[in-house]
Write a protein that binds this ligand. Structure first.
Ligand code: NAP
Length: 292
């Protein structure tokens, strides 16, 4: 029996997960398919119930359902519960569905393997306060970062996320308005900047734009952009011009997918094969959107 997995979202547009997940199954000779499952909101509950069928291994969940699916599975992993979002569903032997979030793990693996960065004792600035920022903030906090500043266009969301992370961990976290010229923005540069907004995303409303943080970037800073299309975003270009080290979002995408692959199959994911397939899928069209 061919086992099936897929990605649930709406619209699904041009997700590149099918390309690199199928490449991983094929590389390991597993009889599994990875499909696109575009799902309008009135069909979401039925789609999730459908994952209980014996041929299903599980699914990825993407925009706009990462939060909604929390209430639709039988058990939620503590990491996903804390982040408040599920991006991976795993069907258990008994047909029950468990929800996980592999975004934090994906980011932390990429930060370590691709960026060679150890957060212990360091300071970080996170731009944005949405789902991705939440995963990054908790991932960094759990890895022993010393200080986090969260800057977001909507200040209230930045302070809310800062409070949540500070309450749950022992990290010093503050939230402020992105572009507000706060004391922090004029202060000493952080060791790490992680861009978790959709600014700069190809095909999006803010294509070609970078957040206005040039004053924060110094020679010793590692600047990460979670946006992976284009591979070299406007922010990464600016950071490189200022002599900072840079890390794009494709590594995180591959590593979060690799963690999901392992949850479904119990096998180590062939990350090199996945990354090559992901790059190939991005290059084969100029019209991909970040929808994974
Ligand atoms: P989200 O929950 O919708 O949050 C979007 C964030 O972007 C919010 O903080 C929002 O600020 C901010 N934003 C949007 N437009 C802006 C603008 N013009 N100026 C300033 N800030 C703006 O989205 P998400 O799930 O966190 O995803 C954020 C980005 O990360 C997306 O580009 C996504 O593709 C990428 N991502 C990448 C990976 C990966 O594996 N590489 C994984 C997850 C996400 P407000 O609160 O003010 O609206």
């Amino acid at each position: 029996m061919t086992r099936r997995t897929g990605i649930i979202g709406f619209p699904l547009g041009h997700s590149i997960s099918p390309a690199f997940q199928q490449a991983a199954f094929d590389e390991l000779g597993l009889d599994c398919s990875y499909e696109r499952w575009p799902t309008p909101s009135d069909e979401l509950m039925m789609r999730i119930q459908g994952l209980k069928s014996p041929e299903i291994l599980g699914a990825n969940v993407t925009v706009p359902y990462k939060q909604a699916v929390i209430g639709l599975v039988d058990r939620v992993d503590p990491v996903a519960l804390r982040i408040g979002a599920i991006n991976t569903v795993v069907r258990q032997e008994d047909g029950t569905l468990h929800g996980h979030n592999t975004d934090a793990e994906g980011f932390m693996r990429s930060l370590s393997f691709d960026g060679g960065f150890d957060p212990a004792g360091c300071s970080a600035v996170i731009l944005g306060a949405g789902g991705a920022a939440r995963a990054v903030a908790f991932g960094l906090a759990d890895a022993g970062i010393e200080r986090i500043t969260i800057l977001n266009r909507t200040e209230e969301k930045a302070t809310k996320l800062a409070d949540a992370v500070a309450r749950a961990t022992s990290v010093r976290v503050i939230g402020a308005r992105l572009g507000g010229g706060s004391t922090f923005e004029r202060g000493s540069p952080p060791d790490l900047i992680v861009q978790c907004t959709s600014l700069g995303m190809s095909g999006g409303p803010d294509e070609g734009r970078a957040p206005d943080i040039s004053g924060l970037i110094s020679h010793g800073t590692l600047v990460c952009d979670l946006v992976y299309n284009p591979i070299e975003t406007p922010l990464l270009r600016l950071a490189a011009e200022r002599g900072a080290r840079t890390l794009g979002g494709l590594g995180m995408l591959v590593h979060q997918g690799a963690a999901a692959f392992t949850l479904w199959t119990g096998r180590e994911a062939p990350t090199g094969v996945m990354e090559r397939a992901a790059r190939g899928a991005l290059q084969s069209s100029t019209d991909w959107r970040n929808t994974d």
